[in-house]
Design a binder for this molecule. Structure first.
Ligand SMILES: [Zn+2]
Length: 243
């Protein structure tokens, strides 16, 4: 998976006073990175076999297989990752639930201590903790939020994560295939379309980071182009040996 480092030295474009951009990037970030993964991996795969001088139908079959294999692998990986994270969090929430049942006073003191450690006056911290612990259902939620940093009623779904990474990867992987499916007989239209797609993905990612759109677009273009170049060379080298 591609990671996104926070970019220092640029002023973030904050939409309105008192509002923040979604620092996780919301759905846009995983969607664009998923599509970019599909695009880079499939254009590199197809360029590789073209380097090995194979027929157009082989290029298309390779591209379709690459799309299917990549989308399934991304979905399976995402499912496992989100499901295991979710199970870990649920186990910790269960620990907290038991602890709240067994030792409510100790948990109340722990919560008050937490607010006091953040700078709230000790008496006020005890009062805040007491009021937040009035409703047993809400108490668990408060403890989960404060101690685990999660909302127990809003844990990410592994199926949604798997489904969306499958679709995003497939969309990206389809791009270099499109010209062939529409009748192109050389790699050039697929390359041009893929480069345009890479630039677009990079530019869209710039909306999440604080980088300018053209810098982010060019960076993606160069990285994707390098991946395709490497596989083309490998394809040409190996194709010359086995062909
Ligand atoms: Zn607790």
């Amino acid at each position: 998976m591609t990671t996104l480092e926070p970019e220092a030295g640029h002023h973030p474009r904050v939409p309105a006073a008192g509002h923040h951009r979604d620092v996780n990037g919301g759905w846009l970030r995983p969607a664009v990175f998923g599509a970019m993964d599909g695009l880079v991996s499939n254009v590199a795969l197809m360029t590789g076999v073209v380097g090995g001088a194979v027929s157009n139908s082989t290029v298309v079959i390779t591209g379709l297989a690459g799309l299917a294999a990549g989308a399934c692998s991304m979905a399976a990986g995402e499912y496992t990752s989100v499901a295991s994270q979710r199970e870990l969090v649920q186990a910790e929430i269960e620990v907290e639930r038991l602890e709240l049942r067994r030792n409510p006073q100790g948990e109340l003191a722990e919560l008050a201590q937490l607010y006091a450690s953040r700078g709230v006056d000790p008496d006020l911290a005890r009062e805040v903790a007491r009021q937040l612990s009035a409703d047993p259902d809400r108490t668990l939620e408060v403890h989960a939020r404060e101690e685990l940093g999660v909302d127990p009623n809003d844990l990410p779904s592994p199926w949604v994560a798997a489904g969306s990474s499958f679709v995003c990867f497939a969309v990206g992987a389809l791009l270099p295939l499109l010209p062939y499916l529409l009748g192109a007989t050389s790699l050039l239209p697929a390359l041009l379309l893929s480069m345009a797609g890479l630039f677009l993905c990079g530019a869209v990612v710039a909306r999440v980071t604080a980088r300018t759109w053209w810098y982010s677009g060019l960076r993606q273009l160069v990285l994707g182009g390098a991946a395709a170049g490497v596989t083309y060379l490998l394809g040409a080298l190996i194709g010359g040996q086995v062909g």
